[in-house]
Design a protein around this ligand. Structure first.
Ligand SMILES: [Zn+2]
Ligand SMILES: [Zn+2]
Length: 491
């Protein structure tokens, strides 16, 4: 749940709407051993258990993922019940694999928790996760797309897909960064492990049941501060994904999960430059920068009466440690976070906040240097994906699961992804202390608990089940696309 700060001087540009054909552009079509069209209706009992060519343990900077040449069945829309018949066996496989790996996943979670690393400094986490994914048969690209702590892990099963013979591409995300002085107070150790768990559970199901498709798991740095996903998006890191899935821990009722839209956020920093003078002997010679900061604070406080209840502006005076009462300050700086339910609303609110900052400079005869930070767009939860995730959570695991339009008052850089790829980022509940929500030291303690680990794995199973359906059910995927297009049309 980031605050979207930093990266001043660089305006965000949306990557644009991705076309379906583009989505398949990175699928490996070079394997001439694959039949152009593969027979349908292969009984599950005949599905190969082979993974003969997929377990190549490589660290490579480029190239396609390992591909299993297992001949897969296809589940056409002609028989919508075929998916449901398949589901139980697929989900059993996912469950068994994630349960089997629970101990290893717990070790990784605790390693990340014990080594909290801030935005773009997640080196230990990067190395540990890269090694783990290599060891589990994924082709891994460390330091992905020029980001030192980003990584990509890929696995594919070739065969009868929908239109290209390559199957669809499931995008997944593992966050790794911690918060200053609080460690993993947002539980990103659980998110890291969840991304891995989904990938491994889905891989096992694809291999066991001959499901064609590709998994692309990204290790995404700097969610709390800087927007690593946005940098990866701008550099093409998401170009080949058909959907993008991840989870996030939060407080809430035991065994519950919710899918809600996340607010947009943009940070704005301001530096006021004035002129010092003796505060008693010659105050008329000064331009008081601290006055500018307080006038800005007052102006924005007044602005709040004109803001919608769902909008937020929150700020601090920052970095001024050398003030003396007998010296009129010649410098003051502030940091502001601006949130609104949608990006278009945020832009309107941001412009009004900036006017308050400028007005304070005018009133005090100071200069204002205003820096517009990285914009985290609102996260649009894809309704079709959300319905499936919550259906599985409730029906199979007995969780209280809901999809709501009530906007979550938190933000994520996955929001920008949701503007170009159908996305969900559900929040699953972990046991917390009273008033111990995200971004508190108490939540960091909660994120280390065995119960939190168990909840993360259950959420991962639900997400892997959702991903499996994306791969096998054409109608389902078409509905995902339709709801995605409808969401964009109203944004
Ligand atoms: Zn978070
Ligand atoms: Zn957070």
């Amino acid at each position: 749940m980031g605050n979207g700060t930093s990266r001043p001087h660089r305006a965000f540009r949306c990557g644009g709407r991705k076309t379906l054909s583009k989505a398949y552009s990175n699928v490996d079509h070079d394997d001439k051993s694959l039949p152009a069209k593969i027979s349908l209706k292969m009984p599950l009992s005949m599905a190969s258990d082979a993974c003969a060519t997929c377990c190549q343990f490589n660290l490579e900077s480029t190239a396609s993922s390992p591909v299993s040449t297992t001949t897969p069945p296809s589940y056409s829309s002609e028989d919508p019940y075929e998916y449901l018949a398949l589901q139980s066996e697929v989900l059993d496989t996912i469950d068994a694999e994630i349960d089997r790996l629970s101990g290893e996943l717990r070790e990784i979670s605790l390693f990340i928790w014990d080594n909290p690393e801030l935005a773009f400094e997640e080196h230990k986490s990067h190395d540990r996760l890269v090694a783990f994914m290599v060891a589990h048969g994924f082709r891994v690209t460390p330091h992905y797309r020029g980001l030192a702590t980003a990584w990509r892990a890929e696995f594919g099963v070739a065969g009868a897909g929908t239109t290209t013979g390559g199957g669809r591409v499931i995008g997944l995300q593992s966050e790794m960064d911690a918060l200053p002085k609080m460690g993993h107070a947002c539980g990103h150790n659980l998110i890291a492990v969840s991304g891995i768990a989904v990938a491994l559970g889905l891989k096992a199901a694809m291999v066991a049941h001959g499901i064609a498709g590709r998994i692309v798991l990204l290790g995404t740095p700097a969610e709390e501060h800087g927007g690593g996903k946005i940098q990866l998006l701008e550099r093409g890191g998401y170009d080949d994904m058909d959907v993008c899935l991840m989870t996030h821990p939060g407080p809430g009722e035991h065994n519950s999960t919710i899918v809600s839209p996340w607010t947009a956020i943009q940070n704005v920093d301001v530096e006021y430059q004035g002129r010092s003078a003796h505060a008693a002997y010659a105050p008329w010679e000064a331009q008081n920068a601290l006055d500018a900061a307080f006038m800005a604070y007052s102006g924005i406080s007044v602005l709040r009466q004109q803001m919608k209840p769902s909008h937020r502006v929150h700020g601090i005076v920052s970095g001024n440690k050398d003030y003396e009462t007998n010296v009129i300050p010649d410098f003051a700086s502030m940091k502001w976070g601006i949130r609104a339910p949608t990006w278009s609303e945020l832009e309107i609110l941001r412009d009004r906040v900036v006017k308050c900052l400028e007005a304070a400079a005018t009133a005090t005869s100071c200069e204002a240097k205003i820096t517009i930070g990285v914009g985290y767009k609102d996260c649009k939860e894809n309704g079709t994906l959300a319905d499936e995730y919550t259906r599985v959570a409730h029906n199979r695991y007995g969780w209280k699961a809901a999809v709501t339009n009530d906007v979550l008052q938190a933000s994520t850089d996955a929001g920008n992804i949701s503007y170009v790829i159908p996305t969900i980022e559900p929040v699953f509940a972990i046991p917390t202390e009273q008033n111990g929500s995200n971004h508190t030291p108490q939540f960091a303690t909660s994120a280390k608990s065995p119960a939190a680990h168990a909840a993360a794995l259950t959420a991962s199973k639900c997400l892997a089940a959702t991903a499996a359906r994306v791969l096998v059910d054409d109608d389902f995927f078409h509905k995902i696309r339709a709801s995605f297009e409808a969401q964009l049309a109203v944004s």
